[in-house]
Write a protein that binds this ligand. Structure first.
Ligand SMILES: C[S@@+](CC[C@H](N)C(=O)[O-])C[C@H]1O[C@@H](n2cnc3c(N)ncnc32)[C@H](O)[C@@H]1O
Length: 277
């Protein structure tokens, strides 16, 4: 992680904690974050994999090969999102692009995208950006808490540039997915693609993903179904949400697919691809 990004991560995380009045956590992080930064650099040096030195592109061809190699749950062994990603993003394969992905965990999908999209810069975003096992000169790791609109705004201001692809694979909580979408859609270039994973996992695992949802409804999912023409909801349902109505004008199409992962006998792998005009 470059020092400039650490400074952003540090100030942005502390501001977020202060604004939300998490004072104890603020004091803890004040000291813990510099330690985590140093530790992540030490881990990069001794243990983590420098993927720029990995010569695997002659043996690994498909996006699924890369997801499996780095052990991302997007692969055909878990969610089975690989086929949708490779079909819908094929136009970007050789282009010089930027991918912004919310949800780093140990950095598997950032590493896979970086190797597959050979001319890409991948920006991973997480509330804990220090846990990753891979590093590269083409991958950055930034802080953002997607539950907090201010944190999303700070990230947007810091990045300054627009990107070709945005992926939301962070908390999977519908309210967070909506906030992230409303705040970040602007950051997409024209003809860019915004992706939201696990759109309906909140129904299967309400204890983890369905806190504070009114009537068990996801506004973002209803909106996407509405735009994709898969539902007969009319605009009235969204008329109070002016931000989302504004975004609707900028959408070329929405495609919703279902992958393969089953929890409690229910499929939880619903994924949406949203193309900007
Ligand atoms: C499913 S993992 C991401 C996996 C990764 N994209 C991949 O495919 O290898 C989800 C990540 O979202 C992060 N996360 C959860 N809640 C978040 C929040 N409120 N803000 C930012 N990140 C969050 C977690 O820390 C976790 O690392």
């Amino acid at each position: 992680m470059i020092f400039k990004d650490f400074v952003f991560n540090y100030t942005s995380c502390l501001t977020c904690l202060l604004k939300n009045k998490y004072y104890t956590n603020f004091i803890r992080r004040l000291f813990l974050l510099p330690y985590k930064y140093i530790l992540s650099n030490v881990r990069d040096f001794f243990f983590n994999k420098n993927i720029d030195k990995l010569d695997i592109n002659k043996d690994y061809k498909s996006l699924d090969d890369f997801f499996k190699y780095f052990d991302s749950d997007k692969s055909s062994s878990v969610h089975g999102y690989n086929k949708f990603y490779s079909d819908e993003l094929k136009e970007f394969k050789e282009l010089k692009i930027r991918i912004l992905e919310f949800g780093i965990h140990f950095g598997a999908s950032q590493a896979a995208f970086s190797k597959y999209f050979v001319n890409s810069e991948v920006i991973g975003v997480d509330k804990n950006p220090y846990y990753k096992k891979f590093f590269s000169k083409n991958i950055r790791s930034l802080f953002c808490d997607v539950s907090d609109k201010n944190s999303l705004k700070e990230l947007k201001n810091y990045l300054k540039y627009k990107v070709e692809i945005i992926i939301d694979d962070a908390s999977h909580i519908p309210n967070h997915q909506l906030k992230t979408f409303v705040e970040m859609f602007d950051l997409l270039k024209d003809d860019g693609i915004y992706i939201i994973e696990e759109l309906d996992i909140y129904k299967t695992l309400p204890e983890d993903y369905n806190k504070n949802l009114e009537n068990n409804e996801s506004e973002i999912r209803d909106f996407l179904y509405h735009v994709s023409d898969k539902s007969d909801l009319n605009n009235k349902k969204f008329e109070k949400n002016l931000e989302i109505l504004e975004i609707m004008k900028k959408i070329k199409w929405v495609k919703i697919f279902r992958g393969d992962y089953i929890i409690n006998k229910k499929n939880v792998s619903e994924i949406a691809f949203i193309k900007k005009k």
